[in-house]
Design a protein around this ligand. Structure first.
Ligand code: ATP
Length: 354
């Protein structure tokens, strides 16, 4: 098990910048996510960690060792791909044993370790099956066993759940998390699915256009995004435009068309007079009047979803989304006037031009 550090890493494909000036640290034993939209450079970073690609500048370290000159097969990484990539002509046990054969591990030890790896992914009963006799979820478990069996320092997972149906994806999230916690292996996991990252990660790096936008724990990234991109990528976000009037102790007052609003400053140096947005998550908009941050609105539409009810509200020129748990028995209908409010600690002030 190792920690992985990237320092100032850049990668170009010809003229195309894939990754630029990327620095972050993955702790030993961490389940670390790279989250971002298609084309933001996540896979490129994973491939550089595996050694299939070389950075154009910067360096990657496993613990304190720079690994730029270490070929892929010496890095002791296990890979798990979206398409499972099992050998179709080998049965489950042979697939899992493959990496051990390559490492010239004795037959007896191979048997033992393949048995343990299959146990870890709960597939012991399937050892004699061929890959085409397995479901997608089962194939992905075998791919995981194959990565784990070599006792890697790091496991790199590239969109491992993308080919599975929705229900199975949810089950496999828990499974991968369990396997991570049981083995304690450092894992770097690439996805574009923010729910996957939020629900599974110890920490995550949110990426856009080759850059890391923010690194942090899921709760921090969701509640305290540092810019508009992160706010909108990790969840639904209401953005109320305004101008920063004043700030004190990390809380700012924003002048908006809906009145003065108070919220937390996101960490970067914002000065009064600056155009900003006040970001509030839909579930942080509470119903009813309040002394602070009250917004008068009209209900435009609502959708009942059983566990929650979603409202689209019109507040002046702003369109706000509100999500209410425990929907009222007689919810307000379209055209009805409502008041909503939010706590200053539930709002974040972000620079507007981001
Ligand atoms: P996805 O989720 O779609 O796989 P990603 O975030 O993993 O996306 P990368 O595959 O790392 O993104 O690609 C980053 C950028 O580099 C993209 O603009 C992509 O088009 C470009 N790119 C990737 N591989 C190559 C290549 N072999 N040759 C040229 N450009 C490439």
């Amino acid at each position: 098990m190792v920690g992985v550090t990237l320092k100032g890493v850049a990668k170009y494909y010809g003229e195309t910048m894939a990754v630029k000036d990327v620095s972050f640290q993955v702790g030993k034993g961490e389940l670390f996510f790279l989250l971002g939209p298609s084309g933001c450079g996540k896979t490129t970073i994973l491939r550089m960690m595996a050694g299939f690609l070389q950075p154009d500048s910067g360096s990657i370290y496993f613990d304190d060792r720079p690994i730029d000159d270490v070929p892929p097969h010496r890095r002791n990484t296990g890979m798990v791909f979206q398409n499972y990539a099992l050998w179709p002509h080998m049965n489950v046990a042979e697939n899992v044993a493959y990496g051990l054969r390559e490492r010239k591990v004795s037959r007896q030890e191979r048997e033992l370790r393949v048995g343990e790896a299959l146990e870890t992914v709960r597939m012991s009963a399937f050892r004699d099956r061929m890959p085409n006799q397995l479901s997608g979820g089962q194939q992905q478990r075998i791919a995981l066993a194959r990565a784990l069996v070599i006792e890697p320092d790091v496991v790199l997972l590239d969109e491992p759940l993308s080919n599975l149906d929705a229900r199975l994806r949810l089950d496999m999230r828990e499974e991968i998390r369990r396997i991570h916690d049981e083995t304690g292996i450092t894992m770097v996991y690439v996805t574009h699915d923010q729910k996957e990252a939020l629900s599974m990660a110890d920490r995550m790096a949110v990426m856009s256009m080759g850059h890391v936008q923010q690194v942090g724990e899921p709760r921090t990234v969701y509640r305290r995004p540092q810019n508009r991109f992160v706010a909108e990528f990790v969840g639904e976000a209401n953005m109320i435009a305004g101008k920063l009037l004043s700030l004190r102790d990390g809380t700012g007052v924003v002048e908006t068309a809906l009145g003065e609003l108070q919220a937390r400053i996101a960490g970067q140096s914002l000065t009064p007079g600056r155009p900003v947005v006040c970001m509030v998550r839909p579930e942080c908009l509470r119903s009813g009047p309040a002394a602070l941050n009250e917004i008068a609105a009209l209900v435009s539409s609502s959708v009942y979803l059983g566990d929650v009810e979603q409202y689209v509200l019109a507040a002046g020129q702003e369109r706000l989304l509100q999500v209410r748990a425990n929907p009222a028995p007689t919810p307000p209908g379209p055209g009805q006037e409502v008041s909503v409010h939010f706590r200053p600690e539930d709002g974040v002030i972000l620079p507007r031009e981001d």
